[in-house]
Design a binder for this molecule. Structure first.
Ligand code: ATP
Ligand code: MG
Length: 374
């Protein structure tokens, strides 16, 4: 039995992949409605701080992983004293704090946006070395662009400081980083085994809307040399982390052809969902393989693809609107629904993957879907 901390859609897709390979899965999530709990052999709905749950979870499993980086580090460390955890707890603690993560990357000469730490609202400033426009991000617990504020000038800084003071967050920590006028956002899924075998899926191109991933295109519309440089950079990041598992390295491609690493996810990633439909081995099967010490699977692309996230009300429309349902029944479209109990604005409810002979063709279908969704 494999244990997975976190029971959202990523945990659910991991559970499905693990069960297909004959494993049993224990899922631990504080929310009793978490989608993966329904699929688990051993569902555990309890706070991550609950000691009795830690005991029963760790006794039941042979190895563990997690589906997102905001699992309390103390829980993962305690678990790691009892069973192997992959990626290791030290990687989770580095990655889950944006400051620690950026320091790690910068310390290993990986290009990142100039940044500065702030440990109190008064320390929220934009030094010349960072410069405007800048972004202020909470050091921990952010996702889908949550906890991020754009700062275009000193007025924005003053307003933010006032707001943070009013929120009474004296213990908060923030990272202030330069807003990079990137040409494209790319990401690379890196799979690395305990023996150091390291494989990268093709470079994908991502489009975000309001800080949330909306569309992923694979292969990215970039030249071969750029793709090779992106892949080499991503692999070197995971090598430096000495990571075992599935990782996603998010990159900014600049107009001069240079790269910055935005961030690293120590788990399968939304921009890798296309692997479920367009690759012989999905990112979730790779996670099972890496976590269980099996040989890794191939990372080849069987078909160009474009994925569109169904966010909030998109989901209601996609599953009720007659025109959209008809559109989704055309060949090449594959609908995934996460089974979340309630629809909320900004919540990822499902996604659609379009397969086609070319990424441009899949892109055209994705554009039509987005138009129909409004
Ligand atoms: P996710 O959960 O989607 O990975 P997140 O909350 O972890 O998001 P980031 O990845 O740091 O946050 O930021 C979300 C998006 O905001 C990025 O994908 C990018 O589009 C934009 N962004 C973040 N940092 C920068 C930056 N320094 N310059 C320009 N754009 C940025
Ligand atoms: Mg991100």
């Amino acid at each position: 039995m494999i244990g997975v901390l976190g029971g959202g859609q990523l945990g659910a897709m991991f559970t499905t992949a693990a069960r297909r390979l004959g494993y049993r899965v224990a899922v631990w999530d504080p929310d009793p409605d978490a989608p993966a709990l329904k699929l688990a052999d051993l569902p555990l709905a309890a706070p991550f701080t609950d000691q009795a749950s830690l005991d029963s979870f760790s006794t039941a499993i042979a190895t563990a992983t997690y589906e997102w980086e905001n699992i309390p580090a103390a829980t993962v460390q305690a678990l790691e004293r009892r069973v192997p955890v992959r990626p290791a707890a030290r990687i989770l603690t580095t990655i889950q704090n944006r400051l620690e993560q950026k320091r790690f990357l910068a310390g290993h000469k990986i290009p990142v946006a100039p940044f500065q730490a702030a440990t109190s609202p008064e320390h929220v400033t934009v030094p010349d070395a960072v410069g405007f426009p800048a972004l202020c991000k909470t050091a921990t617990l952010g996702y889908d662009g949550k906890g991020q504020v754009r700062l275009t000038g000193p007025d924005d800084v003053r307003a933010l400081v006032q707001e943070l003071r009013a929120q009474k967050q004296p213990q908060g920590r923030w990272i202030i980083e330069r807003f990079l006028p990137f040409k494209k956002e790319l990401s690379v899924l890196v799979v690395r085994g305990a023996d150091g075998d390291c494989r990268c899926y093709p470079v994908v191109e991502n489009v975000h809307e309001a800080g949330i991933l909306r569309t992923t295109r694979v292969p990215a519309a970039i030249d071969e040399a750029t793709a090779q440089r992106a892949t080499a950079l991503a692999a070197s990041v995971i090598d430096k982390l000495d990571g075992v598992g599935v990782f996603c390295v998010e990159l900014f491609l600049m107009n001069d052809g240079g790269f910055f690493v935005n961030e690293v996810a120590p788990r399968p990633h939304n921009s890798g969902h296309y692997t479920l439909d367009a690759c012989p081995v999905s990112q979730f099967e790779q996670q099972v393989r890496a976590v269980c010490g099996l040989p890794l699977g191939e990372v080849t692309l069987a078909s160009p693809a474009v994925m569109v996230n169904l966010i909030g009300e998109d989901f209601t429309k996609a599953t009720t609107d007659a025109e959209i349902k008809k559109f989704l029944s055309k060949s090449g479209a594959k609908l995934h629904v996460y089974g979340k109990k309630s629809v909320r604005p900004g919540r990822k409810m499902g996604h659609v993957t379009f397969l086609a002979d070319s990424a441009d063709e899949a892109w055209a279908s994705a554009t039509s879907l987005k138009r129909l969704l409004g």
